[in-house]
Ligand binder design. Structure first.
Ligand code: ADP
Ligand code: ADP
Ligand code: MG
Length: 457
């Protein structure tokens, strides 16, 4: 097993990895930008190294500085967390070239799956259903128009390198397609440095159902069930839960086995997520694989009792999984709410600032993953997610009631957050009945925000 690991990330996910290291008797090395000098992850690790100024490009994306820090501190492995360098195949290869174990799949496997157009092709070869669309990337407007005419409108133009809901545009008709293509290409170039796009049929009001998988270096692979992430605003997840509404044991087995087959086809190792969208008829289609730990991984951890970060580290160190599919149990119901430092009443404007008073919920079945503390000033330079509240109950209704109670207990003063909005969602009839899809927020946002406004008043 490793003795020392560098964590190439910040915030709650860095803390999450440091916690796993502590429990495993592994020393942790944190890296931080000058804006993060007072961050909890830098305090909590065994050691911390400053890697540059606030802008992510100069610090958390600065491969040279991060690798130098890892080598100078005698680390044997690097955990990339999510975001930043976590899906950068060049970084994975550079780690290997420096004699460091990258905690994730190899750079080549990442290229095969991280490029969403290439991943679609791979899935088709292995009989995993994909949304109708282009065979790989489209290189011209003409080619895109031909594909769209064949599959029928509306279509989505999607960035091959995309993530976090960016680089995606809808075209309702051939008239919209050229502008959708240029907008998606421009956003993809600025966000991911790569303007390649592909076409997919738009599935109206689908559900987003994803499967967590783990694969070791000895051919062992399991799935750990699904997460329903349909509660989204602008294709970004707000609330996740498991089990998903109407996912029967038989369907779970079928979708989970397809997920494992897809991962093994690519020679995948580590923790990964296969994302599907599901139409109103219950047909499901692969949309992408995330080759990293995900924001919502605690949902699966609380449902199955499997520590996913610990497993990532064990797999990277060459250990076998130590359990099989038949050992995986799904117990009760789990919900996660993402708390972002954003003001829903003011168009979700980011609200960085000083946390004047902080109180996290506790009690039976409640987990909070956060790097906030009393007096901490959140940074305008990075992602606005400041906490994740995760609850587990014996039934879905118990989990909903527990989450309402947890959010009522939580106090974050000094900054605006999405806490109250999440609380309102938990009282919405469609949510309580479990009958919601990715259009829920779009459909109900005005009504929810009006209720928030009147609460504030
Ligand atoms: P996805 O929406 O792609 O399924 P997640 O919900 O796990 O994935 O994360 C949303 C996107 O935003 C991902 O690309 C993730 O890497 C990125 N992201 C989320 N939180 C952070 C953060 N704190 N710092 C940097 N990137 C982040
Ligand atoms: P990202 O890499 O940014 O996470 P995804 O391909 O996972 O991008 O898509 C993000 C979200 O957009 C999905 O969770 C889903 O809500 C929506 N979406 C993606 N593809 C389709 C599609 N073909 N039809 C309808 N909605 C889609
Ligand atoms: Mg996605």
């Amino acid at each position: 097993m490793f003795h020392r690991i560098l964590i190439a990330n910040r915030g709650e996910i860095a803390l999450r990895v440091i916690r796993a290291c502590r429990e495993m008797g592994i020393e942790s090395v944190a890296v931080y930008s000058t804006a993060d000098q007072n961050s909890l992850h830098a305090q909590y690790a065994t050691q911390a190294v400053c890697i540059g100024p606030p802008a992510a490009a100069d610090s958390y994306l600065n491969m040279q500085n991060i690798l130098t820090a890892a080598l100078n501190t005698g680390c044997e492995a690097v955990h990339p967390g999510f975001g930043f360098l976590s899906e950068n195949s060049e970084f994975a290869r550079m780690c290997t070239a420096c004699g460091l174990e990258f905690i994730g799949p190899s750079g080549d496997v990442m290229d095969r799956l991280g490029n969403k157009a290439a991943a679609r092709q791979l899935m088709m070869q292995h009989h995993v259903p994909v949304v109708p669309g282009s065979d790989g990337p489209v290189h011209s407007d003409q080619e895109a128009l031909e594909v769209a005419a064949r599959i029928g409108y509306p279509v989505l133009v999607k960035a091959s390198a995309g993530g976090g809901g960016r680089g995606i545009r809808t075209a309702e008709s051939p008239l919209d397609l050229p502008s959708a293509l240029s907008a998606a290409r421009a956003e993809a170039l600025s966000c991911f440095g790569d303007s390649e796009v592909y076409i997919e049929k738009l599935v109206r009001a689908p559900r987003h159902i994803e499967f967590q998988i783990l694969a070791d270096k000895h051919g062992g692979a399991v799935h750990l069930g699904e997460r329903d992430c349909s509660m989204q605003r602008r294709r970004q997840k707000l609330l996740e839960e498991s089990p998903g509404h109407g996912i029967t044991p038989a369907l779970r087995r079928q979708m989970g086995e397809a997920a494992v087959r897809a991962a093994q086809a690519a020679g995948y190792t580590g923790a990964g997520t296969i994302e599907y969208i599901m139409d109103s008829q219950g047909s499901y289609y692969f949309i992408e694989m995330n080759t990293r730990i995900q924001v919502e991984h605690p949902v699966t951890e609380e449902l199955t009792g499997v520590d996913l970060v610990r497993q990532q580290i064990r797999i990277a160190a060459g250990l076998p999984l130590g359990f099989g599919q038949q050992d995986v149990r799904f117990d009760g119901h789990v919900i996660e709410c993402r708390i972002n430092a954003e003001d829903p009443v003011r168009g979700f404007a980011p609200c960085p600032g000083r946390v004047d008073f902080l109180h996290f919920p506790g009690g039976c079945g409640v987990r909070v993953d956060s790097a906030l503390y009393n007096g901490y000033t959140t940074s305008p330079f990075y992602d606005s997610m400041v906490a994740k509240v995760i609850v587990r109950g014996a039934t879905r209704l118990e989990a909903i009631r527990r989450m309402r109670r947890a959010l009522e207990e939580m106090v974050i003063e000094g900054i605006s957050t999405t806490q109250e909005l999440e609380h309102l969602i938990l009282y919405h009839g469609d949510f309580i009945r479990g009958k919601y899809d990715t259009s829920f927020i779009e459909k109900h946002l005005d009504e929810l925000v009006a209720m928030l406004g009147s609460r504030e008043g």
